[in-house]
Design a protein around this ligand. Structure first.
Ligand code: HEM
Ligand SMILES: [Mg+2]
Length: 298
């Protein structure tokens, strides 16, 4: 019986890779023009649509930059959609997209559904999220306002974010979970990924360098899973890349140094390294992404 399921998946992977124009895909990336209707066309998920513990992907699905039903997310689809909606570079989308594929019941089929990402503790979901509950307490993927209010309390009276405050808010969530959750898990993977997620909201809501985003923009993305286009937000002119995120992780860490799990050292490459470990190395990454990672030099 098993081979009946595995064979079509392998065939799908081969044909997907063969049919893909990788140079064409990678050469035409960037934010959609300001008058693209998707920026203003927000639609909350309806019956049968699925969403995830990721406010970024949910937001992009709500605007139709990626499939609104939340299903059948392939790496090429994500590369195009994340670039159009938020100017995310193909390098980041490829590595995190490959990690996302591992959450699918059949990674070799080359796609995942957003609710596959709800799986606790692997490959990406973790405790001490900014806006979700730990799996120990129940639902780890739906917006959970009490935890988010802990984060927002650090921005009280502030119109803009900054690196030290973002770092403190993130660390407060870790301490809160550590005290309350008897199954709390926070190793190097969780440490690096959660810094990356703070860097992601700072960079997508502003630019890949400053860490200064309007708090109202950040709230729109987390609380409504809506692009703050009507509030004046536009995608960054510079792409958000694996190096830009890696650099900001280091800045966030240096602003408020915490004990690093497993005695590791945090560098600008830690983010890239974490994904390489999660995915299982560059060859598996190349297989999972139909060769896209190799074309990007990853
Ligand atoms: C293929 C691309 C992506 C995948 C597979 C992915 C997956 C995930 C997953 C599984 C989580 C849950 C981690 C947790 O337990 O907190 C998460 C969190 C997060 N993601 Fe994504 N993500 C992607 C792209 C993005 C993008 C483009 C953004 C841009 C804003 C983003 C922003 C965030 C943020 C801010 C969190 C933290 C949420 C929280 O702590 O409450 N992600 N992502
Ligand atoms: Mg979580």
């Amino acid at each position: 019986m098993l081979s009946c399921f595995t064979l079509p998946a392998a065939v799908t992977l081969v044909s997907y890779a063969a049919a893909l124009d990788i140079p064409g895909l990678l050469s035409s990336l960037g934010p959609a023009p300001a008058n693209d209707l998707r920026f203003t066309n927000f639609q909350a998920p309806g019956a049968g649509d699925v969403r995830s513990p990721c406010p970024g992907l949910n937001t992009l699905a709500n605007h139709g930059f990626i499939h609104h039903n939340g299903k059948n997310m392939t790496i090429p689809h994500l590369i195009a959609g994340l670039a159009a909606g938020m100017n995310i570079g193909a390098d980041f989308t490829t590595v995190i997209g490959a990690a996302g594929l591992l959450s699918s019941p059949n990674p070799l089929a080359g796609s995942f559904d957003l609710n596959d990402l709800n799986q606790h503790d692997f490959p990406i979901e973790h405790d001490a999220s900014l806006s979700r509950q730990d799996a120990y307490f129940g639902n780890d993927y739906r917006f959970y306002n009490p935890n988010w209010q802990q984060v927002l309390s650090f921005y009280k009276g502030m119109a803009y974010t900054n690196i030290p405050t973002a770092s403190q808010a993130k660390y407060a969530r870790v301490n809160d979970s550590m005290v309350k959750n008897p199954t709390f898990t926070y190793g190097l993977r969780e440490f690096v990924l959660s810094y990356g997620e703070t860097a992601l909201y700072l960079q997508t809501m502003s630019d890949p360098v400053s860490g200064v985003a309007k708090v109202d923009y950040v709230r729109s993305m987390f609380e409504q899973e809506k692009l703050p286009y009507a509030l004046g937000w536009r995608p960054s002119a510079q792409p958000v890349t694996l190096p830009s995120l890696g650099n900001m992780i280091l800045e966030l860490y240096n602003a408020n140094p915490q004990k690093v799990p497993e005695g590791a050292t945090i560098t600008a490459d830690s983010y890239k390294d974490a994904f390489e470990v999660i995915v299982g190395g560059s060859e598996i990454l190349a297989n999972l992404t139909g060769g896209i990672s190799s074309a990007l030099g990853l």
